[in-house]
Design a binder for this molecule. Structure first.
Ligand SMILES: Cc1ncc(COP(=O)(O)O)c(C=O)c1O
Length: 400
């Protein structure tokens, strides 16, 4: 029996059985054709059953699916690491792989904390954002601030030693550095767009100021781009605008085909571990890190992203979304937010969205609103007609 995610199993709706999927379409066992407006938790940027990604996997399968990176290496992982070194901005050159975004966040935090202990420093503090979501493992929950997901363990600052949460506002940032700057190891953020915490959007000037303060106080800046990476904000990576010391990528890394993630460190962080002292090594090693099928798929996915003019596609998605949503206004709506390939309608009361998922299903759209947030994060290969259909269903919900 399957134990489903984020669900009270006793009362949950029956999940929709999917038999086939192609492009932006999910085909159900009972004959429904649904446009996936969620991209399988924001990861399937090229759509389903893509011939190039399928070929990358089957090609690698002719050799092997997986060998461990402990004492072994292989061409797909070496090629992907070289590609990321060349493709990512600045000196983000050192790739540590893991099997999920949460684990990659754990690795980033471990890197930041050990970077200081390796120098004999007593710094232990971590600065993070209010409403942050960085995954469901324990340290990721600790730097998160999302009671809606982590209520069972107590979210917020209660009991979180050495972790502080601030709003994405420059005065709060400056005050936090003035108070704790000398003790901080890192500042971790979902840059520009906080996803699971409520599709909250903020300005790049906050990140620029964060970079300055991190430099001034010798604090490492971590960008968790598990959700924002690969174009979701309209930028290839937010790291193209402001350079972090550690970058975390997941979800769309493999075009949503295979769970894989990478924590990329810059030269300074890497050199903090590089020594003759074995106790300065990074002691982490997920069994499936650098999985050959995942690396081959990631290489093909990056090639599609580069050759398919994806940033133009995402700009088009944003323009269509702005055009279509321009006329939507309703007393029950608190705010409509659009950035790149993300559209969010935040309502004042979560009850307003009760029944929406079924409503959308009956109109050929798969949607998964959460709390007060009705959103679309579509695959970038969506056509204008398909996108307009997704947005129209969202708007019609308020116009009934
Ligand atoms: C910003 C961010 N970080 C980390 C994660 C965790 O990734 P995973 O679900 O692959 O563990 C997520 C997942 O939604 C995320 O949005």
């Amino acid at each position: 029996m399957i134990w489903y995610p984020y669900e009270q199993m006793k009362t949950m709706r029956q999940p929709i059985p999917i038999q086939d999927a192609k492009g932006v379409h999910l085909y159900t066992a009972d004959g429904h054709d649904l446009i996936d407006s969620v991209s399988s938790w924001w990861s399937v940027i090229h759509g389903y059953h893509h011939p190039v990604l399928d070929a990358a996997i089957t090609g690698q399968l002719q050799h092997f699916a997986h060998v461990m990176l402990g004492g072994l290496t292989h061409e797909p992982v070496e090629r992907l690491s070289e590609k990321l070194r060349e493709w990512l901005p600045g000196d983000l050159n050192y790739c540590f792989y893991s099997d999920s975004g949460s684990v990659a966040v754990e690795v980033a935090l471990k890197m930041a904390l050990q970077y200081f202990t390796n120098q004999g420093s007593s710094r232990r503090g971590i600065l993070a954002l209010k409403h942050a979501y960085h995954g469901d493992t324990f340290k990721a929950m600790e730097v998160g601030d999302d009671a809606d997901y982590h209520f069972a363990f107590g979210a917020g600052d209660t009991g979180k030693k050495d972790v502080w949460h601030i709003p994405a506002e420059i005065p709060a940032l400056e005050a936090a550095f003035a108070a704790h700057g000398e003790y901080l190891t890192c500042f971790i953020v979902e840059p520009l767009l906080q996803g699971a915490g409520g599709m909250r959007m903020y300005d790049v000037s906050f990140l620029r100021r964060a970079r300055e303060l991190c430099d001034q106080y010798g604090v490492l800046l971590i960008f968790d781009e598990v959700a924002t990476g690969f174009g979701r904000t309209g930028n290839r990576f937010v790291a193209d605008l402001v350079l972090p010391d550690i970058l975390v990528l997941g979800k769309a890394l493999t075009g949503g085909y295979i769970g894989h993630a990478v924590t990329v460190a810059n030269e300074k962080v890497y050199q903090g571990f590089y020594s003759d002292d074995p106790t300065h090594a990074l002691m982490h090693g997920p069994t499936f890190m650098g999985n050959a099928l995942a690396c081959s798929t990631a290489l093909a996915s990056i090639r599609l992203f580069e050759e398919g003019r994806y940033l133009d596609r995402i700009a088009r998605i944003e323009a269509i979304s702005r055009r279509e949503m321009a006329d939507l206004s309703d007393d029950r709506i608190k705010e409509i937010r659009i950035m790149g390939g993300c559209v969010c309608v935040e309502v004042k009361d979560a009850a307003v969205l009760h029944g929406y998922q079924q409503y959308a299903y009956e109109r050929g759209v798969f949607s998964r609103p959460f709390l007060r947030h009705l959103y679309a994060m579509v695959p970038y290969v969506i056509t204008e007609e398909e996108l307009v259909r997704v947005l129209t269903v969202m708007m019609d919900w308020f116009r009934r």
